[in-house]
Design a protein around this ligand. Structure first.
Ligand SMILES: Nc1nc2c(c(=O)[nH]1)N[C@H]1C(S)=C(S)[C@@H](COP(=O)(O)OP(=O)(O)OC[C@H]3O[C@@H](n4cnc5c(=O)[nH]c(N)nc54)[C@H](O)[C@@H]3O)O[C@H]1N2
Ligand SMILES: Nc1nc2c(c(=O)[nH]1)N[C@H]1C(S)=C(S)[C@@H](COP(=O)(O)OP(=O)(O)OC[C@H]3O[C@@H](n4cnc5c(=O)[nH]c(N)nc54)[C@H](O)[C@@H]3O)O[C@H]1N2
Ligand SMILES: [Mo]
Length: 808
C-alpha cells in the first residue's frame, strides 16, 4: 500500500498492461498525519463521491472520526487506485464549520433553531401553498450526490405525496444530455459500455472529455494501456491542450460550439470510405438513410471552415475511427454543455452504430456521467424522468407507478414532461412557483447568469429551503437551512457511470444535530401526513435498507433492474453492474451485446425528440418509425451558436474544471492540500492572444460578457486562439461577501440563460466574452462605472505597482 504525493503525482505510478489482460492492482491510501495503518480502529466500506468513476474505497475510522481512505484492491472499477480529491477530500467531513443545527430566517438573519421549529415552518408553508395554489406551487431541486434510497424517497414524495411535476436534479446541468442521447439512440437511458472496454480497445476517442482531470482513475487505466504492449490510439476533441490532448495520438481543437459540424464531417468521411458495418445496420438499426443524406453536405473542407480545424486533421481522425477494430468512445461536458449538445452527443452513438461497435469487449460508448450518483437521480426519477426509466407519455407506465405507490393514477402528474430546472427557475421568477427545496446542490454558484439566479432566489414570495452540510452561497439566501449528514455519516447505495453499484456504509456519527437526507425527507412525509389509497402512510419505508428494498421493487423488470442485489451482496462483492436479476445474478458488463435494445414502443423510456427543435415525437410516430425497437440513427443539421464572438466580445468563453477541486469547492476548499494546489481562480488565454493584448502570466484580468464581469489571474497558453477558459469552482463563501451579492469572481456571472432543446441542459460552454488587464482582483469604483459599457483591449494606464497584480 502506497502513500503517494497525490498532488504532484495525480495519476501515480504506471502499471502497464496489454490488450485483453487484467488491469494490475495498485492500492492507494492517505491517512491523517502521523497515523499508521495499524492504528486504525476500523475500515468501513464505501466508494468515491467526488466524480462519477465509482472507485471502491474503505474509510479509516480512528476514535470515532474519519481519519483517511484506502482504495480497495478487489474493486472492479479502480483496483485500489484513488485520485487526488479522494485522497484528501474526506477532511471536509471533520471541518469545524460544518452546519450542526437548523437555521431559520428571523428579521432578515439566519438564526439557530430546533428541528421541530424548522420542520414545522417547512410543513406550514407546504400545506398553505397546496391549499391556496395546488401542487404546482411547490418544487424540489436535488442533486447527483445523494444516495439512490434518498432519490427514490424524494420521487415518491414529490410525485405521489405532493403530486407536483416540478422535481429536477442538478443532473440537469450535468448529464441530462447523456440521458437524452441514450434515449434518442437506444430508446432508454443506460450506459452501453463498461470501463473494462479500456482493457480491449484499439482506439479510444474522448469527445469534450478531460478525463485526465475529471476521472483521474479511469485516465490511469488508459495511461497504463498506453505504457503497455500494443497500446491503443487516442483521439482527443477539445479546444484546450488538456493532459488528454498531450497524450493523444491526434488532437482536434474545434471552435467551441461546433461539435455537431465536426461529427457530421467525421461521419461523412466514414461513410464516403465505406468503413461501415452494413450487416449490423440492417439487423439492428433504423434511420441510416437519413444520416447518409445529411452528412453528404459535410465534406471536410466545409467542416474545416466551420470548426477552424485543418482539413487534413479531420480526414486523419476519420481514418483513425474508421479503421478501429475495437472503438471506445467517451463523451462529456465539452459536448453536453455546448451548443447543439443533444444532437452532437447522438452523433457519437451513430459513429459506433455505423461501425458496428457496440456490445463487444473494447467497443462501446460511454455517454459519461459527472457526479457520483447522477445515474441514481435519473433511475429513481428525481429528475426529468419517471422512476425506473418509465415513460411519462405512456399511460401504462404511469399506471405501474400508481400501483407501486398505491395512489390514484391522476395523482402522478404526466400532462407533460417533468419540469426541467431552467423552467422551474422561470416559474419562480414569474411567481407561480412559491416553494423551492434545494438539496445537495449550490445553484447560487453553479447555475448560469448568477445575477439573475440571486434575484430569483432572494425574492420574498419564494420560500427557499436549503439542505446542505455547509453554509453555502445558496444557504445564505435561504429561509430555512437544514444541516445534512454526508458521505461517511450515512448509509446508502450509488451507481457510477458504467452502471456499477456500490454500498457506502456509515462510518461515523454526523456532527451536532445534522441528519441524513433520508431521515429528513421521511420526517417531512410524516409531518405532511401523506397517505396512500388505503390511508396507509406514504412512503412506507423507514430506513436506508427498507428504502433500497422498495427501490428494488420499483426497478423490477425495467432496464435498471436491481432485484438481484442486496446490501448483503454489496458487502461481499466490490461493485456490481446493473441489470442484476435472476437472469443476470452477477450483473451485466455490457448492454446490447445481443443487438437487442430497450426501444420497443411499449417499453421505451421516451418517444424521442426532434434533434434540432426539441419537439417531442408522438407515440404513433415512434411506433411507425421503430416498430421493432431497434437502435435509432438520427441526423441533425449544424446551426451556428446563438451567441457568437463579435466586435465587443471577441472571444469564445468556455468554463470547466481542474483536477484539484470539485465544483463549488464546499469540500475541496476544506482540504488543505487541495486548496493549496489551486487557491484562486484564473483565466486561460492563448499565447498569441496574450501577446496581442499584453497579458502576462499572473496578471489580473477582467473578463466581461453581456451578463456580468469577473476578475481572475491570467494563465498563458494551453488553449486555442480566440478562446478563453475559466474554472467554475470559485464562488464567494470564502470571501468577505459570502453570498456573492456583488459577485465578481464566479465564472457563472458570465454565462448565459440558454439550454439545449433536446436535453434542456444549460450551455456553460458557449458565450462571447472580452478580456483586458485590470488593476487588481477587486472591483474598483472606476471599474464599476465601466461595467455598463464593456470595452475590448488593454487598459494602457496601469501603474507599475498595479501591473504586478496585487493580491486580493
Ligand atoms: N477534478 C474534478 N473532477 C470532476 C469534477 C470536478 O468538479 N473536479 N466534477 C465531476 C462532474 S459533476 C462532471 S460533470 C465531470 C465533467 O468532466 P469533463 O467534462 O471532463 O470536464 P469539463 O472541464 O467541464 O469539460 C471538459 C472539456 O470540455 C472542453 N470544451 C469546452 N467547450 C467545448 C466544445 O465546444 N467542444 C469540445 N469538443 N470541447 C469543449 C473543455 O476545454 C474541457 O477540457 O467531472 C467530474 N469529475
Ligand atoms: N460555468 C459552469 N457551471 C457549471 C458547470 C461547468 O462546467 N461550468 N458544470 C455543471 C455541472 S456538470 C455540475 S454537476 C454542477 C455542480 O454544481 P453544484 O451541485 O451546485 O455543486 P456542488 O459544489 O457539488 O454542490 C453540492 C452541494 O451539496 C452538498 N452536499 C454534499 N453531500 C451532501 C449530502 O449528502 N447531503 C446534502 N444535503 N448535501 C450534500 C455540498 O456541501 C455542496 O454544497 O455545476 C454545473 N455548473
Ligand atoms: Mo456534473
Amino acid at each position: 500500500m502506497a502513500q503517494r504525493d497525490g498532488i504532484a503525482q495525480p495519476w501515480g505510478t504506471r502499471t502497464p498492461y496489454g490488450p485483453g489482460e487484467a488491469w494490475p492492482v495498485r492500492v492507494d491510501s492517505h491517512l491523517a498525519e502521523g497515523l499508521e495503518p495499524a492504528d486504525v480502529d476500523r475500515w468501513v466500506r464505501s466508494a468515491a463521491v467526488l466524480h462519477s468513476n465509482g472507485d471502491g474505497l474503505d474509510i479509516a475510522v480512528k476514535d470515532g472520526r474519519i481519519a483517511g481512505v484506502r482504495g480497495r484492491a478487489d474493486d472492479r472499477v479502480n483496483r485500489g487506485r484513488l485520485d487526488p480529491k479522494d485522497l484528501f477530500g474526506w477532511q471536509a467531513n471533520t471541518s469545524p464549520d460544518r452546519l450542526t443545527t437548523p437555521l431559520v430566517r428571523r428579521d432578515g438573519e439566519l438564526v439557530e433553531a430546533s428541528w421541530d421549529e424548522a420542520m414545522e415552518l417547512v410543513v406550514e408553508h407546504s400545506k398553505q401553498l397546496l391549499d391556496e395554489q395546488g401542487p404546482s406551487a411547490v418544487g424540489f431541486y436535488t442533486s447527483g450526490q445523494l444516495f439512490a434510497e434518498e432519490y427514490y424517497t424524494l420521487a415518491a414524495i414529490a410525485r405521489a405525496g405532493i403530486g407536483t411535476n416540478h422535481l429536477d436534479g442538478n443532473t440537469r446541468l450535468c448529464t441530462a444530455t447523456a440521458a437524452a442521447a441514450l434515449k434518442e439512440s437506444f430508446g432508454c437511458d443506460g450506459q452501453p459500455g463498461s470501463y473494462s472496454d479500456v482493457d480491449h480497445a484499439d482506439v479510444i476517442a474522448l469527445f469534450g472529455h478531460n478525463a485526465a482531470e475529471t476521472q483521474a482513475v479511469l485516465w490511469s487505466r488508459i495511461l497504463d494501456r498506453l505504457d503497455g504492449p500494443n497500446p491503443p490510439s487516442v483521439l482527443c476533441v477539445d479546444p484546450r491542450e488538456t493532459p488528454v490532448a498531450r497524450a493523444a495520438t491526434l488532437h482536434l481543437a474545434p471552435l467551441p460550439g461546433t461539435n455537431l459540424a465536426l461529427m457530421n464531417g467525421l461521419l461523412h468521411e466514414i461513410i464516403e470510405h465505406d468503413w461501415v458495418d452494413h450487416d449490423y445496420l440492417e439487423r439492428c438499426t433504423v434511420g441510416y438513410g437519413d444520416l447518409e443524406k445529411m452528412v453528404a453536405d459535410y465534406p471536410p473542407e466545409r467542416v474545416a471552415a466551420i470548426c477552424a480545424v485543418p482539413e487534413a486533421e479531420i480526414r486523419a481522425a476519420a481514418e483513425l475511427l474508421g479503421s478501429a477494430e475495437r472503438l471506445l468512445c467517451t463523451v462529456l461536458q465539452g459536448f453536453y454543455q455546448s451548443h447543439q449538445a443533444g444532437a452532437a452527443a447522438v452523433q457519437v452513438n451513430n459513429l459506433n452504430l455505423v461501425r458496428g461497435m457496440l456490445g463487444k469487449p473494447g467497443a462501446g460508448v460511454l455517454q459519461m456521467n459527472g457526479q457520483p450518483t447522477a445515474q441514481n437521480t435519473r433511475e429513481c426519477g428525481a429528475d426529468g424522468d419517471l422512476t425506473g426509466f418509465r415513460n411519462w407519455a405512456n399511460d401504462s407506465h404511469v399506471a405501474e407507478l400508481a400501483e407501486l405507490w398505491n395512489v390514484e393514477q391522476s395523482k402522478i402528474p404526466h400532462y407533460g414532461p417533468p419540469t426541467h430546472l431552467m423552467q422551474m427557475m422561470r416559474y419562480a421568477e414569474n411567481g407561480t412557483l412559491r416553494f423551492l427545496w434545494v438539496s445537495a446542490t449550490n445553484p447560487a454558484v453553479s447555475l448560469p447568469e448568477l445575477r439573475r439566479i440571486r434575484s430569483i432566489l432572494t425574492q420574498d414570495r419564494l420560500f427557499l429551503v436549503v439542505q446542505d452540510a455547509f453554509r453555502t452561497e445558496t444557504a445564505e439566501l435561504a429561509d430555512v437551512v437544514l444541516p445534512a449528514a454526508i458521505w461517511g455519516e450515512k448509509t446508502g447505495t450509488f451507481t457510477n457511470a458504467d452502471r456499477t453499484v456500490h454500498l457506502s456504509e456509515k462510518a461515523v456519527e454526523p456532527p451536532g444535530q445534522a441528519r441524513p437526507d433520508l431521515d429528513i425527507l421521511l420526517d417531512y412525509a410524516r409531518r405532511m401526513d401523506f397517505r396512500d389509497r388505503d390511508s396507509a402512510p406514504l412512503p412506507q419505508w423507514h430506513d436506508a435498507e427498507s428504502a433500497f428494498e422498495a427501490w428494488k421493487r420499483a426497478s423490477a423488470g425495467r432496464p435498471c433492474d436491481y432485484t438481484g442485489l442486496s446490501y448483503e451482496k454489496l458487502r461481499t462483492v466490490s461493485g456490481v453492474q446493473w441489470p442484476c436479476n435472476d437472469e443476470h445474478p452477477d450483473g451485466t458488463e455490457r448492454l446490447y451485446s445481443d443487438g437487442k435494445f430497450f426501444a420497443q414502443p411499449d417499453y421505451c423510456e421516451s418517444y424521442g425528440r426532434d434533434l434540432v427543435t426539441g419537439a417531442p415525437m408522438e407515440p404513433v410516430e415512434y411506433r411507425a418509425m421503430n416498430p421493432d425497437g431497434k437502435a435509432m440513427i438520427k441526423a441533425a443539421e449544424y446551426l451556428p451558436p446563438h451567441e457568437v464572438p463579435g466586435e465587443d466580445h471577441p472571444f469564445a468563453l468556455i468554463t470547466g474544471r481542474t483536477i484539484y477541486h470539485f465544483h463549488t469547492r464546499t469540500k475541496t476548499a476544506r482540504a488543505a492540500q487541495l486548496q493549496a494546489a489551486a487557491p484562486e481562480s484564473w483565466v486561460e488565454v492563448s499565447d498569441v492572444d496574450a501577446k496581442r493584448l499584453d497579458l502576462h502570466e499572473g496578471n489580473w484580468a477582467e473578463v466581461t460578457t453581456r451578463r456580468g464581469r469577473i476578475h481572475a489571474r491570467v494563465r498563458v497558453g494551453g488553449i486555442r486562439e480566440g478562446v478563453l477558459f475559466i474554472p467554475f469552482h470559485y464562488g464567494y463563501f470564502d470571501t468577505e461577501d459570502p453570498a456573492g451579492r456583488d459577485g465578481d469572481r464566479a465564472a457563472n456571472e458570465l454565462t448565459l440563460t440558454d439550454w439545449d432543446p433536446v436535453s434542456k441542459q444549460p450551455l456553460f460552454k458557449t458565450a462571447a466574452a472580452a478580456i483586458r488587464r485590470s488593476a487588481s482582483g477587486r472591483t474598483t469604483a472606476s471599474d464599476s462605472i465601466a461595467a455598463g459599457r464593456p470595452r475590448n483591449g488593454v487598459e494602457e494606464d496601469l501603474t507599475a505597482a498595479e501591473t504586478k497584480g496585487g493580491a486580493r
